[in-house]
Design a protein around this ligand. Sequence first.
Ligand SMILES: *Cc1c(COP(=O)(O)O)cnc(C)c1O
Length: 380
Amino acid sequence: MIKTDFNIQMVDLKGQYNKIKEEVDRAILNVIESASFIRGPEVKSFQQELEDYLEVKHVIPCANGTDALQIALMALGLKPGDEVITSDFTFAATVEVIGLLQLKPILVDVDPDTFCIDVKKMEAAITPNTKAVVPVHLFGQCANMEAIMEVAKKHNLFVIEDNAQAIGSDYTFSSGETQKAGTIGNIGTTSFFPSKNLGCYGDGGALYTNDDELAKICNSIVNHGMGERYHYERLGVNSRLDTVQAAVLRIKLRELDNYSAARNRAAAYYDNAFATVDQIQTPVRNEKSTHVFHQYTLVSKGINQFELQQFLKERGIPCMIYYPKPLHTQNAYKTSEMKDEDFEVTNALCNSVFSLPMHTELTNDELAFITSSVNEFINK
Ligand SMILES: *Cc1c(COP(=O)(O)O)cnc(C)c1O
């Protein structure tokens, strides 16, 4: 291990906390003093502030991003066996909830540049049983929502945006109209897991929608399917954002655009340092979407990403492989119908991507050390 003065992390939650410590400590103490741990006033305030930020009619807070996806699918009233299309290259939660509800997950390959669902392949996967698509805004930028919405409209499909990684990013349609990630489809879902771009200090999540009826159903599902008090209209779950988390999120929501800007500054530093390095491809921007860099993910061209990871580890630099194994090859999700050759891009990405430290607290000295170390490995 090479000794340096740096303490570089994939995500520096402690450093970020230190900058808002007084405000956060006071807010958490206030919740404890009030003893309103569940459904406290902070939850309602955060809900309204997030609605304003996203310019969306309804935010429904819930317990985590996986619940948000599950509740969104439950709200659509699908039947067992209905097909739901999503991406092969995403976090498992997206696919897991489809299967849990006895729906049939149909995995589709991704675009080699943006890593988001390949819309042509998505359309080709539609059958008479397809009822919904779940595009994932991977690593911080939007999937091609304009094309996805056109296909969904043509085939009468619901669209649920998995926005766990891209909160705050903006998508611009060819009309010039701009909307926040997650507010374009029927329902958007997000996670406030601590390491997400808007993370709380535990678990948390939310759904958002402009559809009054879907909002009503989601609000009922999160609360055991209740309509009027103690009148149960449908099967529901227990999924709540607790008051302490809402209090933290109110403070961090006010910082979210600054956080996105800090991530973009780090990304620009990386982009610049690797611009002329043939062995790695820097993130390709979808010109319709801003990027909030949940991850800064490179594609290696002829270097072994695991050897690089080991080399960096010896210098105290974390490097993660998101994601190392396509979902269509996982024991939990594989079926005889899915053919490996249909997932050319995901297969290649799983063998070549690596993500460098990306957070709001990276200093130029740290970035210089990380980028020079990567370049040293490449030129070795
Ligand atoms: C984190 C994440 C989730 C799940 O969120 P949790 O709050 O951990 O349940 C779902 N989808 C994607 C793409 C994620 O990154």
